[in-house]
Design a protein around this ligand. Structure first.
Ligand code: SF4
Length: 448
């Protein structure tokens, strides 16, 4: 993903931003942009107009590392003065080997180091422009939704993942700080908050669920209190990267009563117990989790489950893969992304036995996506005739349509709703619409 924003007053030093990777990296970019603007830098809309370019990289998979290295190369070719930050920044040798001209390299969420590197190569203007920065900070998402990062790092040790090596152990933000940021976002016009971290349900574990005061009420730094506190705000609250620990059950009543959205993004990655064991996944075990999902569906009938899966993990047999497909059908995972296992450098899973052949991975990926498409199509068809709340993302006045999403759809990763007669709506409005048609992932609706 490449994001640039143009908020350029005259004669200011200008910094270009290339932001790659997941929403967590996007939040890092937003923090850097906010700091830059607070110090009086302008954000350049293109390479040519920038005094230097900051590339915020992703290093999660080998393909993401390649994309990051290519982006650094492009910025060097187009501009020449490049600072690299983000996950791949944790491996400076890899970057220097390919791009020796890079000016400076910092690791993920090292905001101070990024700012020092910028100061060193482009001096800040003598006058600060603090009034240009809204209290809620600057964001790279549309005005009506925002990602809210509640923690850095991860305390798990999944064998295929190098995030803890790149980003360190779990560090939870105090709950009152998180709730204050959320409140500021809502005051600034945000209508939908996406809560993100590496393991959202582990929130507060590192600080022993420290109690903090927020608006004369004591909140513990823990997942349930976070859901409750955010649910008090006038905004949709969507939970991402939750693991199926037993304490997640307690949040179901908050979804059933509308405090937070009936939506859970749980990266299951697999369902077969032996594969999960080799993956060293937290909080999982096929049958027990399936039982709990079925109970959640009874408690919250309109619950949407989004997930990601890996096929072709070392040692995955055809029988174990088939188990995953059956589990998917039984759990009716509404939305799913699927990755073919990548043998990421420095990941512990590299040394596992019985790596799966690429053609077998490819075949399993297609079969997985076929099952997912069937589940998703069934769900979409079941929405026809229903009246649903839709949040508007874009409006096309000429065509008299608006594009939005239901509570079951997160931006950029899930489906959309095309709203007829939506030309006079505005982004961020939440309207009722009657679903009149559906395909595998998207819906068509008209005013209710
Ligand atoms: S939970 Fe596992 S996959 Fe996710 S960041 Fe932590 S170690 Fe990586």
């Amino acid at each position: 993903m490449t994001v640039t924003v143009n908020t350029e007053p005259k004669r200011q030093p200008k910094v270009g931003i290339v932001s790659l990777g997941c929403p967590k990296a996007l939040v890092d970019s937003e923090r850097i942009v906010t700091r830059l603007r607070a110090e009086g830098y302008a954000i350049a809309p293109d390479y040519k107009g920038a005094d230097l370019v900051l590339v915020n990289t992703c290093g999660f998979l080998d393909s993401a590392r390649d994309e990051s290295l290519d982006a650094i190369g492009e910025a060097i070719t187009e501009n020449g003065r490049v600072i690299v930050t983000g996950c791949l920044g944790a491996e400076p040798d890899v970057i220097r080997e390919r791009h020796p001209k890079v000016l400076a390299i910092t690791g993920p969420h090292q905001y101070e180091q990024v700012m020092s590197a910028v100061h060193e190569h482009v001096a800040p203007p003598p006058d600060k422009f603090l009034d240009l920065v809204p209290e809620s900070g600057l964001r790279l998402t549309p005005r009506h939704y925002a990602y809210l990062k509640i923690a850095e790092g991860c305390h798990n040790k999944c064998s295929f993942c190098i995030i803890p090596k790149l980003r360190g152990d779990l560090v939870s933000r105090p709950i009152d700080h998180v709730l204050r940021e959320a409140e500021q976002l809502v005051k600034a016009g945000v209508k939908e908050i996406m809560v993100i971290s590496q393991d959202t349900s582990a929130y507060g574990l590192d600080v022993k669920y420290e109690p903090r005061m927020w608006k004369d009420t004591e909140y513990q730094t823990r997942f349930y209190d976070l859901c409750k506190g955010l649910g008090e705000l006038e905004a949709w609250v969507r939970m991402h990267y939750v693991y199926p620990y037993p304490h997640v059950d307690k949040v179901m009543p908050l979804m059933a009563d509308g405090t937070i959205l009936p939506y859970l993004d749980i990266p299951f990655q697999h369902a077969h117990p032996d594969v999960l064991k080799r993956m060293r996944r937290p909080g999982q075990g096929g049958d027990k989790v399936l039982e709990r999902i079925l109970q959640w569906r009874k408690d919250v009938p309109d619950l949407t489950l989004r997930s990601t899966f890996i096929v072709g993990f070392p040692g995955e047999t055809e029988e174990q893969f088939q188990f995953l497909l059956d589990w998917m059908r039984a759990a009716k995972i509404d939305r799913a992304g699927c990755f073919k296992y990548e043998n990421v450098e420095h990941a512990d899973s590299r040394v596992l036995d019985n790596h799966v052949r690429e053609d077998v991975k490819e075949d399993r990926w297609h079969r997985f996506m076929q099952v997912q498409a069937e589940i998703s199509a069934e769900r979409s068809a079941s929405q026809i005739g229903k009246v649903l709340d839709v949040i508007v993302d874009q409006v096309d006045a000429d065509q008299d349509i608006a594009i939005g999403r239901t509570k079951a759809d997160a931006p950029e990763i899930d489906g959309t709703v095309q709203l007829a007669e939506g030309g006079e709506l505005e982004p961020g409005m939440i309207v009722e619409a009657k679903v009149v048609a559906a395909d595998h992932y998207d819906l068509w609706a008209e005013p209710a």
